[in-house]
Design a protein around this ligand. Structure first.
Ligand code: ADE
Ligand code: ZN
Length: 325
């Protein structure tokens, strides 16, 4: 339809993408073969059939297992280049991508393989008209001490990363658990993001704002349960990186028809549309827009607002934003 074409043509930034979650089954099998790793699935179809999740933890178990095929600098480069090509095809012009270093360093993969592979791909993405920044994410099911150790590995590479994030199992691991390591990251000049209010309660979003002092909220869906919190986020002008297909696959929403994006926009929240883990949730950025346009939840104007929010919410200087807006 003409709305599909309009969405496809919009210049967009993707602000919530886990690079390990862009590992398509075909590439997973290729890397397994290249690295002599046996996968517990016979073929791509059997693997895809396992992508049936009831909640975040169901997904995380499979997602961390999938990352086991990533061993070398070239593996990380190939993973990232595949995503950059796919994103560029959706007219994504800027991407701020999370990576989960602890998932790799805890398996004995050197941090430098991860950062070198991803940053070499980020450089090569420029030829696709795509600018890229990397966000070093901490796994919140692990300790704050482990997050400090991970941050220390990033210190020689501070020029390669724009910020830090907080992801993995949310409930039981509130943002305040990471107060000290986020303060350290801020002192190092890094931007701060945290997943909050995906499965966790509004209190976790408050903590992300008031204890971690984050610059951007990842997901934030459950903020809507608290009008005072919503007013606070609106007043602060914080961007929310929302992920419709992810929310549906992880049962954060029972039905896409009940997706909160329209309500967020109505309340003046700076929502954006992102793909989170596209290889696992069945769609890249444009698919995420279309999942809502097809249901009549967002119109052309809303799509334009959402795309513009993604540019204004990016960690970019005003000159680059002006080019993309
Ligand atoms: N890691 C990858 N995707 C995630 C998500 N949606 N929530 C928490 N951690 C994640
Ligand atoms: Zn995420």
């Amino acid at each position: 339809t003409s709305l599909d074409a309009f969405v496809a043509g919009l210049p967009k930034a993707e602000l919530h993408l886990h690079i390990e979650g862009s590992l398509e089954p075909e590439l997973m099998f290729d890397l397994a073969q290249r690295n002599n790793i046996a996968l517990p699935y016979n073929n791509v179809e059997a693997l895809r059939a396992a992508y049936d999740f009831s909640n975040l933890q169901d997904f995380l178990d499979i997602y961390y297992q999938g990352a086991d095929v990533l061993l070398t600098e070239a593996d990380f480069y190939d993973l990232a280049m595949a995503y950059f090509r796919r994103a560029a095809a959706d007219n994504v012009r800027h991407a701020e991508i999370f990576f989960d270093p602890q998932t790799h360093t805890d398996r004995g993969i050197p941090y430098n393989y991860v950062i070198e592979g991803l940053s070499r791909a980020a450089k090569d993405a420029e030829a696709l008209g795509l600018s890229v920044s990397l966000i070093h994410s901490f796994l919140r099911h692990l300790s704050e001490e482990a997050a400090f150790e991970s941050l220390a590995m990033a210190v020689p590479y501070l020029d390669r990363i724009i910020g830090v994030g907080l992801d993995s199992s949310e409930v039981g691991h509130p943002p305040s658990k990471f107060a000290n390591v986020f303060a350290k990251a801020k002192a190092l000049g890094l931007k701060l993001c945290a997943h909050a209010g995906e499965e966790g309660p509004p209190a976790y979003v408050y903590e992300a704002l008031d204890v971690l002092h984050i610059d951007r909220i990842d997901h934030g869906n459950r903020s809507l349960e608290d009008p005072v919190l919503v007013a606070h986020i609106v007043r602060e002008g914080l961007t929310l990186t929302v992920c419709p297909l992810s929310n549906h696959k992880l049962c954060v929403v029972s039905d896409l028809n009940a997706h909160p994006i329209p309500d967020m926009l109505k309340k003046g929240l700076r929502a954006t549309i992102n793909s989170d883990d596209p290889a696992y949730f069945g769609g890249y950025v444009n698919d995420n827009f279309l999942s809502l346009t097809r249901l009549g939840l967002i119109d052309r104007d809303a799509c334009l607002t959402l795309a513009r929010n993604s540019i204004t919410g990016a960690f970019l200087d005003d000159a680059r934003k002006a080019v993309l807006l």
